[in-house]
Write a protein that binds this ligand. Structure first.
Ligand code: GDP
Ligand code: MG
Length: 325
């Protein structure tokens, strides 16, 4: 199968049939074999009925309905487990992404061997209340992650199948998928300017609250990908550093106190600093131990992404995945 088109949605009943019609026309015109996977995230409107009607007429459609709303990341994650197409495209359901972009993105993926091509809504058709925070968000993400993309959060993205099968998206992490992908070891990341259209029906679901959670998720990603398998390296280093500083301060104070009788406890603020850094040092060290024990028992401990194998069971099961990738 050439293409899996993944469409996460929440309350988009009015847009769906128009969107499906448009996608089907583009697919037929270019002769792609494809599937469309709708993930209805507990919509409260008629979205699920509409999807049912569409699926009756087009058997390239697959769909999942969550019992309640779990968020866009959960929806994408579920869909990524299901996809069968060689190239996976995600797009928004609200008609802000243009299905005509799919064939050129597909071509770009294949010709230039990208792991992921991310859309860039250069000329964004949204109110200033969205575009200004978004600029800030992109600048920070780019700085923290070291990946130079203009638009991390564009719904329209294209992936190799391997790539989506290698990542777990949760929380509000859909904004950082390029970061997750990069940290998983897929480094061919491309960007393509795409058309962005004004929202016609329904209203936006992304406000400030989800935005703040999003920033916390960026910190988690940076921490987990770097130290998730070896937390002691972070906590232990900081803890020892803090402990040693505190210890030296107190040593110095004890020396001046007991050898020269220079001061009273009360008028040396440094004394308190020494106590605090010593205490914090011990705490950090203990946190490191706890984290290490948790990570030891975690099922992910031995999970390493493998891009090729020779002479193993997996190699014999799928001989053609082993050599080239
Ligand atoms: N699965 C799922 N999709 C969502 C959720 N919130 C928004 N979406 C979908 O994500 C896409 C982009 O959302 P939208 O509200 O248009 O965000 P905006 O374009 O940044 O204003 C649309 O297809 C929405 O239906 C959610 O909680 N779960
Ligand atoms: Mg939108």
């Amino acid at each position: 199968m050439d293409l899996s088109i993944v469409i996460p949605l929440y309350n988009e009943a009015d847009s769906l049939s128009y969107l499906e019609d448009w996608i089907r026309n583009v697919m037929e015109e270019h002769g792609f074999t494809y599937e469309v996977i709708f993930i209805d995230d507990g919509s409260k409107d008629d979205s699920w009925q509409v999807i049912n009607e569409l699926a009756e007429k087009n058997n390239n459609i697959k769909a999942i309905r969550f019992r309640r709303n779990y968020g866009k990341s959960a929806a994408l994650n579920k869909a990524f487990h299901l996809v069968e197409g060689d190239v996976v495209i995600t797009m928004d359901a609200d008609l802000q992404d243009n299905p005509e972009e799919i064939p050129p993105l597909y071509r770009m993926m294949n010709e230039e061997q990208y792991d992921i091509v991310s859309g860039w809504k250069r000329n964004r058709k949204d109110p200033l209340s969205k575009t200004i925070p978004s600029r800030f968000f992109n600048a920070v993400t780019s700085m923290v992650s070291g990946i130079s993309l203009h638009d991390f959060n564009c719904g329209l993205k294209t992936y190799k199948k391997d790539v989506v099968k290698s990542i777990e998206v949760y929380g509000e992490m859909h904004r950082y998928i390029p970061v997750l992908v990069y940290k998983a070891g897929f480094e061919r990341i491309g960007e393509k300017q795409v058309e962005h259209r004004p929202r016609q029906y329904g209203k936006t679901k992304f406000g400030l609250e989800r935005f703040i959670n999003g920033f916390l998720d960026l910190l988690s990603i940076m921490f987990v990908t770097k130290f998730g398998k070896r937390p002691m390296h972070l906590f232990g280093t900081l803890g020892v550093l803090s402990f040693v500083i505190g210890f030296l301060i107190l040593l110095y104070l004890s020396y001046t106190r007991f050898v020269y009788y220079q001061w009273d406890m009360d008028d040396r603020p440094l004394f308190y600093l020494g106590l605090v850094t010593l205490g914090v040092g011990v705490q950090l060290f203990l946190t490191g131990f706890l984290a290490e024990m948790i990570s030891l028992n975690s099922p992910n401990r031995d999970q390493y992404l493998i891009s090729a194998e020779i002479g193993t069971q997996a190699d014999q099961d799928h001989p053609n995945t082993s050599s080239s990738t």
